[in-house]
Design a binder for this molecule. Structure first.
Ligand code: URA
Length: 249
């Protein structure tokens, strides 16, 4: 069971020593208004989120934080970068910001759904190829693609230049009415497509369309593990999730 001082330290982004000082000063009150002074207090996971008041500000203490972000074009997924702004930087002010890890990556010139969590095993669970987690993308292409031959399951079968075989569960034309508002087709767009993959290899969508004699002009991830990018979530904005898709706590 997590202790009160651990939860406070993580949720406030402060050291255990600073939290001990806060508790000793009587700056922390429990859900019933009672002063909490003992950092060793065990909080059952069923009590989470645990409401406290710290120096008059109400705070919901959580064990983990999960976020959905609409990553814009022009920011890198990594947490630190010498040359470009980062998607992590756009999460400034989010709870447990320092602990947030991206669940998968999107290229600098790609946009769309990016999940973040402080629960690192969930990063693995939602990205490892063995878990076969579906990710869907809508893409603007320079020209129509050459259809790939279908395998026995009816899915397109393709071998990329590096010898890999992407697991494509859906590949088809994207109708205007199904176009996500996050995908604004740039000038020169000759075709629109939606593709769903069970892998997450480097530049995979771009390499697939290159292998099909086309070229990706713009790519937006619209879904991950069945979670759809909310149409009202503006580029650069994020929202907290109570749980991750796929059942993460
Ligand atoms: N495939 C790509 O080519 N780029 C991405 O950012 C994600 C998938």
């Amino acid at each position: 069971m997590p202790r009160l001082d651990q939860l406070l330290a993580r949720n406030l982004g402060q050291s255990r020593r600073e939290v001990t000082r806060l508790l000793r000063r009587g700056a922390v009150a429990g859900p019933g208004g009672e002063r909490l002074r003992d950092g060793r207090l065990a909080i059952a996971t069923t009590q989470l989120p645990f409401e406290v008041e710290v120096s008059g500000v109400v705070l919901q203490l959580r064990l983990h934080v999960h976020l959905i972000q609409h990553k814009p074009v022009g920011v890198v997924t990594s947490r630190n970068d010498d040359r470009h702004p980062t998607a992590w930087g756009l999460l400034e002010g989010a709870p447990m910001h320092a602990e947030l890890r991206a669940i998968g990556r999107l290229d600098l010139d790609a946009a769309g759904l990016l999940l973040w969590t402080t629960d690192t095993p969930q990063v693995h669970a939602l990205t490892h190829p063995n878990r076969a987690v579906p990710r869907s993308y809508q893409v603007a292409l320079a020209r129509p693609w050459t259809p790939a031959p279908l395998g026995p399951t009816g899915s397109p079968e393709l071998r990329l230049a590096d010898g890999s075989r992407p697991r494509i569960t859906e590949l088809g034309p994207l109708l205007e009415r199904d176009l996500h508002p996050a995908l604004q087709p740039p000038p020169g767009t000759g075709a629109l497509a939606q593709i769903t993959l069970l892998d997450g290899a480097y530049h995979e969508v771009k390499r697939i369309f290159a292998a099909l004699d086309s070229h990706v002009l713009l790519l937006v991830r619209v879904a991950h593990a069945g979670l759809w990018l909310p149409e009202t979530l503006e580029a650069g904005a994020w929202r907290e999730l109570t749980s991750l898709p796929g059942g993460g706590p």
